[in-house]
Design a protein around this ligand. Sequence first.
Ligand SMILES: *[C@@H]1O[C@H](CO)[C@@H](O)[C@H](O)[C@H]1NC(C)=O
Ligand SMILES: *[C@@H]1O[C@H](CO)[C@@H](O)[C@H](O)[C@H]1NC(C)=O
Ligand SMILES: *[C@@H]1O[C@H](CO)[C@@H](O)[C@H](O)[C@H]1NC(C)=O
Ligand SMILES: *[C@@H]1O[C@H](CO)[C@@H](O)[C@H](O)[C@H]1NC(C)=O
Ligand SMILES: *[C@@H]1O[C@H](CO)[C@@H](O)[C@H](O)[C@H]1NC(C)=O
Ligand SMILES: *[C@@H]1O[C@H](CO)[C@@H](O)[C@H](O)[C@H]1NC(C)=O
Ligand SMILES: *[C@@H]1O[C@H](CO)[C@@H](O)[C@H](O)[C@H]1NC(C)=O
Length: 466
Amino acid sequence: MAMKLLTLLLFSVLVSLSSATFRTKVGVNYGTLGNNLPKPSKSVELIKSIKAGRVKLYSPDPEILKALKGTDLQVSIMVPNQLISNISTNQTLANEWVHTNFIAYYPETLIRYILVGNEVLSYMSEADKKTWLDLVPAMRKIQFALKTYGIRKVKVGTTLAMDALESSFPPSNGTFRSDIVLPVMKPLLEFLKKTKSFYFVDCYPYFAWSQSYKTVSLDYALFKGGVNYTDPVSGLTYTNLLDQMLDSVHFAMKRLGYPDVRIWIAETGWPNGGDIDEIGANVYNAATYNRNLVKRLNATPPIGTPAMPGAVLPTFIFALYNENQKPGPGTERHWGLFYPNGSNVYPIDLTGETPISSYPPLPPPKNNKPYEGKIWCVVARGANMTQLGSAMAYACGQGNGTCAAIQPGGKCYKPNLLILHASYAFSSYWAHFRSQGATCYFNGLAVQTTKDPSYGSCKYPSVTLT
Ligand SMILES: *[C@@H]1O[C@H](CO)[C@@H](O)[C@H](O)[C@H]1NC(C)=O
Ligand SMILES: *[C@@H]1O[C@H](CO)[C@@H](O)[C@H](O)[C@H]1NC(C)=O
Ligand SMILES: *[C@@H]1O[C@H](CO)[C@@H](O)[C@H](O)[C@H]1NC(C)=O
Ligand SMILES: *[C@@H]1O[C@H](CO)[C@@H](O)[C@H](O)[C@H]1NC(C)=O
Ligand SMILES: *[C@@H]1O[C@H](CO)[C@@H](O)[C@H](O)[C@H]1NC(C)=O
Ligand SMILES: *[C@@H]1O[C@H](CO)[C@@H](O)[C@H](O)[C@H]1NC(C)=O
Ligand SMILES: *[C@@H]1O[C@H](CO)[C@@H](O)[C@H](O)[C@H]1NC(C)=O
């Protein structure tokens, strides 16, 4: 009896010890491109409420770094892209940066990772290409600055998008782009290997699937099983799209002679909403992707991927909030685990310990098939009338007679109301230029609709999806 009690006690002590020291390697990206987001202190509470082990910041924001003091969250901070070139040639500047943005908070704020730049190799102008060559020299200077201050535990890296690869399919064919492979990737991988750092990759099965939904199964992208893909060259069998994408990075590194550099998923996730012309962006899919993801990532022993069996894959989910000031298509503003009012979009526990079946039911997905029909782009409810004029001028200024119908004498000139003219201009602009990447957003002034705004002999141009 006593023996049994002792065992029981010992057992519970062990359990509580392990839960106290357990820290999941899953974290969250704390993006701040919103004008309605909670304060850093509230944000830190939310981050803790989903049991994240880590948090990644896109800048060394002093208020956020202060709010993280005394928590056990491991923190990743970022050197902004604009500073890379100057830092690459100036050790004093690198030291100052580390002093101001790291030393000032450390170790009360557990900064563990410094990412030099964000997706630098995805920017393609001539000026940007100069920055490509400055990337690794800047990383070396930051690393050296840390050494100067006697800091050894901190890893230096940089985040890269999947477009660093020119081929990612089949995964065994993974190859870095020829314009960066020798000038940037080789020295970068050498640096990461020497410093035992990671290849930080932004990896979004959502984009790969939504661009190829006719050939790629949604279940495969959402870790739902039932579909496998075998790489004909490596013979490896894949059960989900994320593994396939990560392995293409692994094979690209291997091709260059760096098979052992560890991969860190710097961003992944699934949008919980988007525009009418976007497919598969809904709460059901977002919750399914992220919950299945964290269950896999937290498995013991670690699962890894087919080409990296057993590998631990530390990960930052994108993102903490839906961010209303991100430009581009609607999905861009819907990656959050939380709404700006602090309510969760769906419950999630980043340790993966909560059984998925125990969560309340999700709203059924309504846009897992593409929308078919006409869509117009009109003035959003509550749009700021003062801003409409210049947005309309922009829409009309792109040429090709976009706004002829709202000139005096045109079929849509009367009634001469700003809101009607602006809706016409937005619809016409979007219908003309959507194929070239134009979006229906105008900083929140415009929104897609399936309701035809045409009247009388005034016909609004539309986008027709088939
Ligand atoms: C980089 O350095 C130059 C010369 O010192 C300076 O004019 C410029 O403002 C710096 N750029 C940034 C982004 O700090
Ligand atoms: C290097 O950076 C330091 C600190 O910002 C600055 O004072 C110095 O002028 C810079 N050196 C050069 C050569 O730009
Ligand atoms: C493999 O990658 C190369 C480019 O690196 C590409 O040209 C080729 O089409 C790819 N092979 C397959 C089967 O996709
Ligand atoms: C896919 O592969 C997994 C793991 O190898 C296996 O358990 C599963 O039965 C396979 N599913 C299908 C549909 O072939
Ligand atoms: C928070 O915002 C979301 C989305 O706008 C809304 O559905 C939800 O009801 C709000 N929650 C609270 C507590 O206001
Ligand atoms: C509307 O936009 C103007 C110009 O940008 C700005 O000054 C004004 O504060 C805005 N009004 C509201 C209600 O947001
Ligand atoms: C403008 O219209 C002409 C004729 O329809 C077309 O050839 C051209 O590609 C259009 N330009 C743009 C930028 O859409």
